[in-house]
Design a protein around this ligand. Structure first.
Ligand code: SME
Length: 168
């Protein structure tokens, strides 16, 4: 049984160092995308304070489709370039949004969400696999330390996948 916990009293960089190590251990030896993204969403949702949604959208035939997540049921499909997730996937750049109400085109899946962090998942060959999306009910919940930490954890997931990419 997985017993991991990370103290939220740790400074944020140390918190993410520990959480990244736990993610590495949790996903070690498994290459299945659904299994690893499901476990990773559960790890993040349970370890991170003040988070109301943590999960994945995967790029399928040019559109983002919801994948494994923790939180309330979410929008199923998001067009490339739309919302925070579609913007992260299209630009291949992490979107750190302190106030979702101020982000033009934000898609409100859970009206409780006030801030959001979305990291693109880019395969070694440059293909966009999808995004990792984390939402908070607190405004400005995410800092640059969260961005760096979640980018490192997203890289752990990408590294577990077979070089040829995942079959969805
Ligand atoms: N808010 C996201 C949509 C996904 S949900 O938050 C789970 C967006 O604007 O892309």
């Amino acid at each position: 049984m997985f017993q991991g916990t990370v103290s939220t009293a740790l400074p944020r960089r140390e918190f993410y160092h520990e959480l990244t190590e736990q993610a590495r251990g949790l996903l070690a030896g498994e290459t299945n995308l659904v299994a690893n993204s499901a476990n990773l969403s559960a790890l993040l949702f349970n370890a991170m304070p003040d988070v109301n949604w943590a999960g994945f959208y995967f790029l399928v035939e040019g559109e983002l489709v919801v994948g494994p997540f923790q939180g309330k049921p979410a929008c199923v499909r998001i067009a490339m370039g739309r919302g925070v997730c579609g913007t992260a996937a299209q630009t291949r750049e992490t979107q750190l949004v302190p106030d979702v109400h101020a982000f033009a085109g934000h898609i409100a899946c859970d009206s409780a969400s006030r801030s959001e962090l979305v990291v693109p998942l880019v395969m070694p060959d440059g293909a966009v696999l999808g995004v990792l999306d984390i939402d908070s009910p607190l405004p400005a919940r995410f800092t640059e330390e969260d961005r760096d930490g979640i980018e490192a954890i997203a890289a752990v997931l990408v590294a577990t996948l077979a070089p040829a990419g995942a079959v969805l």
